[in-house]
Ligand binder design. Structure first.
Ligand SMILES: *[C@@H]1O[C@H](CO)[C@@H](O)[C@H](O)[C@H]1NC(C)=O
Ligand SMILES: *[C@@H]1O[C@H](CO)[C@@H](O)[C@H](O)[C@H]1NC(C)=O
Length: 416
C-alpha cells in the first residue's frame, strides 16, 4: 500500500467516525409535560421510572416543584421549569427575579439538568395587555439573574405560546402572527435570538380537527397514511397537520425577520376521552396520535420547510389530571392514569413501566430509540436544546473544514 492510499484510508476512517459520532449524538428524543393539577398523582420518585419507560429524556414542568427536581437528580433527564403567569408582575422587580432563580434553579444544578425556564404560559393570547406588557421585562430580569449567577450558559429563558398567536396558518408558507401581537412579539423574538433561546409553541391538531371535522382529513391529523397536501406557496408536500403547523410558525417568524429561531413544540397531544361535542377524543385516536408522533420523531427528519432543524417535541401529558377545569378532554390528555398504568395501549410493548403493582406491562411502550452509551455530560453538549442545535450546525462546518485541511495535508504529503 503506498503512502497516499494509507493517508486516504486514515482520512476516511476519521471522517466515518466523525459522521457516526454525529448521528449517535443526535438521537431523536421526546419530551413529556409533567402537569400536576390533580390530587391523586404518585410521588415523584415513582414517576422517574415511568418517564424512562417511555424513552423521554426531557421533562417540562409548569412550576419548579422541589420534590420533582430532587427526585430527578442524577437521572440525566433535562428539565424545563416554569413560572406561572400570576408571578409576572412581581418579576418586574429584578431582586425578586434574582431570588427566584437562587431558590428555584440554582440549588438543583448541576445534579438536575435544568436547561430552560419558561416565563409564563400562553400569555399573549389572554388578550390582557397589562399582563402581556409584563412578559418581556420578566424574561429579561430572569435572564439577568442567571447572568449574575453565571448560569446563563446552562439555562435559557423563554415563554410558551398558544398556536392562536397565528392569524394565518394555512398554507404553512403563508403563516403569519396576529397583526395586533406583532409589536409585542418582535422585541421578545429579539431577546430569544440574542440569548440563543428557542421559540416555544403549544400546537394541538386536535383543536383544528374538532373545529373542522368535515374539512380536515382524520388521517392527516393523526399521522396516518394519506395523500397529504401541497403548499401552494412553495410546493412543499405535507402529510400531517402538526408539521404544517410548525412550518406556519417558521413562516410567521420569517416574516418578522427571525426565520432561524429554533421552534420547539412545548405541548402537543390528544385526549383519550371528551364530552359528546368533542369530536375525535377517544383512546383509539389518542393511541394513533401519540404512537405515530413517536414514530415520526424517531425518523429524525425535520419538517418539510426546515428539514435540518431538530424536532423538539413535548407530549402533553404524563398523567390525566383530575382537577383541571373545562371540558372532559382537559382531564384526559395523560399517557398514564394516576395509578401509573397506561391510559390506553400505545401500541409498543415490552418494557416495564417501573411500577411495582405487578400488572402486565404490555400496555406501556418501549422507547423506539437507541440511547447513546453514556450520555454526554460535559457542559459543552448539555447546555440546552438550543445550544445543541447550534452545535449540530457547527459540527458540519467543522467537518467540512477538516476535510479541506485533510485534502491539503494529503496533497502536501503526496508532493513531499
Ligand atoms: C383575543 O383576541 C383575538 C383577536 O382580536 C380573538 O380572535 C380571540 O378570540 C381573543 N381571545 C380571547 C381569549 O379573548
Ligand atoms: C403479559 O402479556 C403478554 C402478552 O400480552 C402475555 O404473553 C404474558 O403471559 C402476560 N404476562 C402476565 C404476567 O400476565
Amino acid at each position: 500500500m503506498d503512502h497516499f492510499t494509507t493517508h486516504l484510508l486514515h482520512l476516511s476512517t476519521i471522517l466515518l467516525l466523525l459522521f457516526r459520532a454525529n448521528s449517535v449524538v443526535f438521537v431523536s428524543s421526546i419530551g413529556i409535560n409533567y402537569g400536576q393539577i390533580a390530587n391523586n398523582l404518585p410521588p415523584p420518585e415513582k414517576v422517574v421510572p415511568l418517564v424512562k419507560s417511555i424513552g423521554a429524556d426531557k421533562v417540562k414542568l409548569y412550576d419548579s416543584d422541589p420534590r420533582v427536581l430532587k427526585a430527578f437528580a442524577n437521572t440525566n433527564i433535562e428539565f424545563i421549569v416554569g413560572i406561572g403567569n400570576e408571578y409576572l408582575s412581581k418579576l418586574q422587580d429584578p431582586s425578586v427575579a434574582q431570588s427566584w432563580v437562587k431558590s428555584n434553579v440554582q440549588p438543583y444544578l448541576p445534579a438536575t439538568k435544568i436547561t430552560t425556564i419558561t416565563v409564563g404560559n400562553e400569555v399573549l393570547t389572554f388578550n390582557d395587555t397589562s399582563l402581556s406588557n409584563c412578559l418581556l421585562p420578566a424574561m429579561q430580569n430572569i435572564h439577568t439573574a442567571l447572568v449574575n449567577l453565571k448560569l446563563e450558559r446552562q439555562v435559557t429563558v423563554t415563554t410558551a405560546h398558544s398556536l392562536a398567536v397565528l392569524q394565518t396558518s394555512y398554507p404553512p408558507s403563508a403563516g403569519a402572527f396576529r397583526e395586533d401581537l406583532k409589536q409585542c412579539l418582535s422585541p421578545i423574538l429579539d431577546f430569544l435570538s440574542k440569548t440563543c433561546s428557542p421559540f416555544l409553541i403549544n400546537a394541538y391538531p386536535f383543536f383544528a380537527y374538532k373545529g373542522n371535522s368535515n374539512e380536515v382529513s382524520f388521517e392527516f391529523v393523526l399521522f396516518q397514511p394519506n395523500a397529504g397536501i401541497v403548499d401552494s406557496g412553495n410546493n412543499l408536500h405535507y402529510d400531517n397537520m402538526l408539521f404544517a403547523q410548525i412550518d406556519a410558525v417558521y413562516a410567521a417568524l420569517g416574516q418578522l425577520g427571525y426565520k432561524k429561531l429554533p421552534v420547539q413544540i412545548s405541548e402537543t397531544g390528544w385526549p383519550s376521552k371528551g364530552d359528546d361535542d368533542e369530536v375525535g377524543a377517544s383512546p383509539e385516536n389518542a393511541k394513533k396520535y401519540n404512537g405515530n408522533l413517536l414514530k415520526v420523531v424517531n425518523r429524525k427528519n425535520g419538517t418539510p420547510a426546515m428539514p435540518d432543524y431538530d424536532l423538539n417535541i413535548f407530549v402533553f401529558a404524563l398523567f390525566n389530571e383530575n382537577l383541571k377545569p373545562g371540558p372532559t378532554s382537559e382531564r384526559n390528555y395523560g399517557l398514564f392514569k394516576p395509578d401509573r398504568t397506561p391510559a390506553y395501549n400505545l401500541g409498543f410493548s415490552g418494557i416495564s413501566a417501573g411500577s411495582n403493582s405487578g400488572h402486565n406491562n404490555s400496555g406501556t411502550f418501549r422507547p423506539p430509540y437507541t440511547l447513546m452509551p453514556g450520555n454526554p455530560s460535559d457542559g459543552y453538549m448539555s447546555i440546552s436544546s438550543a445550544g445543541r442545535f447550534v452545535w449540530k450546525r457547527s459540527i458540519r462546518i467543522r467537518i467540512l473544514m477538516m476535510l479541506l485541511m485533510a485534502v491539503g495535508w494529503i496533497s502536501m504529503g503526496f508532493h513531499v
